[in-house]
Design a protein around this ligand. Structure first.
Ligand code: 13P
Ligand code: SF4
Length: 303
């Protein structure tokens, strides 16, 4: 990748000079994932790793809610995001005021909020969850009914794995909602040996035709462990690109969808971020303490 080399070199040099650490989500492009990231992972792993960081500066290569989670867990450190506009359709789907109304409507019902939300929303919630621990988080309550927001499809997928009544919201991931069971079945019909692996943000009809469903790291581990000869990752496109060099002999079949928010993070922007020490993530102290509690409860939950 000669075109990336000067950026990779400059970022890694500056990262050392500044004493910064780069946390990158599994959806970052291969040149970020393999060449400049210090730690890669799914949302839960990145949140857990954020509690262990020694460096005073964290550069979050991912979307804004991920950087906010790192900042919540490291209030005294500098958390930078290379493009402040890197959002998320799930995070955009709900506000703190919406959650307050839900709590009025369903008094006493525990509120589980997906980490793909703003700190404002997390502050109104009992505990956070990610795609890798959502069932365990929901099961951690005695209550028969649990609010699991804002991802409707994640909630419906969780509801299939628990006896609890799950109430939800109408938020969707704009990347995963585009996959349909019909298109996947057509691939399966053409080649029954193909393994289909999906993310729980997909519609339950899509998950029903998958051989495995799990978080982004769950999917990566499945491919590394099972070594299917042909596999279709029902998720963001960089996932296949990031692991194909590590799983020789596995053929990755399209389709995949790009997350435009994740793709806002690029090598030139990471370099600029380290050069100018921007853009810095800040959280209103009035909401930070309550939001942190929800994230910490999730991290401390044994599962
Ligand atoms: P994971 O927690 O599985 O990494 O998912 C994050 C995400 O944004 C998926 O769209
Ligand atoms: Fe949000 Fe979907 Fe992008 Fe993940 S893939 S960051 S859920 S829009």
């Amino acid at each position: 990748w000669p075109v990336y080399a000067p950026y990779v070199h400059a970022i890694n040099r500056l990262k050392k000079e500044r004493g910064a650490v780069i946390l990158a989500h599994n959806y970052q492009t291969p040149e970020i994932f393999h060449c400049v990231a210090d730690i890669v992972g799914d949302s839960l792993q990145l949140a857990r790793e954020a509690t262990l960081v020694d460096s005073e500066i964290i550069v979050q290569c991912g979307v804004h809610f991920m950087a906010e989670t790192s900042k919540l867990l490291n209030p005294d450190k500098t958390v930078l995001i290379p493009d402040m506009r890197a959002g998320c359709s799930l995070s955009e789907s709900i506000t703190g005021a919406d959650v307050r109304l839900l709590k009025e409507r369903y008094p006493g019902v525990p509120v589980v909020t997906y980490v793909n939300t703003s700190a404002d929303v997390k502050a109104e919630t009992d505990i956070c969850c990610t795609s890798s621990n959502a069932v365990a988080v929901v099961e951690s309550f005695d209550s028969d009914t649990v609010l699991c927001i804002p991802d409707e499809f994640l909630a419906l997928n969780v509801a299939k794995q628990t006896d609890k009544k799950i109430l939800t919201w109408k938020g969707h991931c704009e990347v995963h909602e585009r996959f349909t069971a019909e298109e996947l079945l057509a691939y399966k019909e053409a080649d029954p040996s193909i393994e289909i692996i999906g993310h729980p943000e997909c519609h339950p009809d899509v998950i029903a035709v998958c051989d495995y469903a799990g978080s982004t790291s769950g999917m990566i581990n499945y491919v590394k462990d099972q070594r299917p000869s042909r596999v279709l990752l029902v998720t963001e496109c960089s996932m296949a690109s990031n692991i194909e060099s590590e799983v020789e002999g596995v053929e990755f079949v399209k389709p995949c969808n790009l997350c435009p928010h994740m793709k806002r993070i690029t090598l030139p922007k990471i370099l600029d971020s380290l050069l100018t020490m921007s853009e810095e993530v800040t959280i209103d102290p009035m909401i930070a303490d309550r939001a942190r509690l929800a994230v910490e409860r999730m991290i401390n939950l044994k599962n």
